[in-house]
Ligand binder design. Structure first.
Ligand SMILES: [Ca+2]
Length: 119
């Protein structure tokens, strides 16, 4: 009888390389940015790119209250082509930047395409 473990051609979960991509439904392809700065985000539509590594952030204007334009959502198109309403990982609380909802210590949600943090 063979010992328990992977069979020829099978991989154990621990064999997965660090550069394994996230699911296509978990990585955004494009979205919307605000036309105004907010705490923690000095970039607006500055370069026709939304770089989710802490330089640019999702917008906040859909469904926002007139008293809080930084509290809404935007639509994001994901790599698998689905569209989803998302709230930025960069929040504004008491007019201060709050990064507690970011991914990988400062990335916009769904911005980093791998399962492990950036090096
Ligand atoms: Ca930009």
């Amino acid at each position: 009888m063979l010992a328990d473990g992977p069979r020829l051609g099978q991989k154990e979960a621990s064999d997965e390389p660090d550069t394994a991509p996230r699911a296509k439904s978990e990585v955004f392809f494009f979205s919307e940015e605000n036309m105004w700065t907010r705490p923690g985000c000095s970039n607006v539509l500055n370069d026709n790119a939304l770089c989710p590594d802490g330089r640019d952030w999702f917008g906040t204007f859909h469904g926002a209250k007139r008293s809080d334009w930084n509290g809404g959502t935007v639509n994001a198109v994901f790599v698998d082509a689905h569209v989803e309403k998302v709230r930025s990982g960069l929040k504004t609380i008491d007019n201060q930047a709050d990064y507690s909802d970011t991914e990988f210590d400062g990335f916009e949600k769904y911005g980093w395409p791998f399962k492990t943090p950036p090096p």
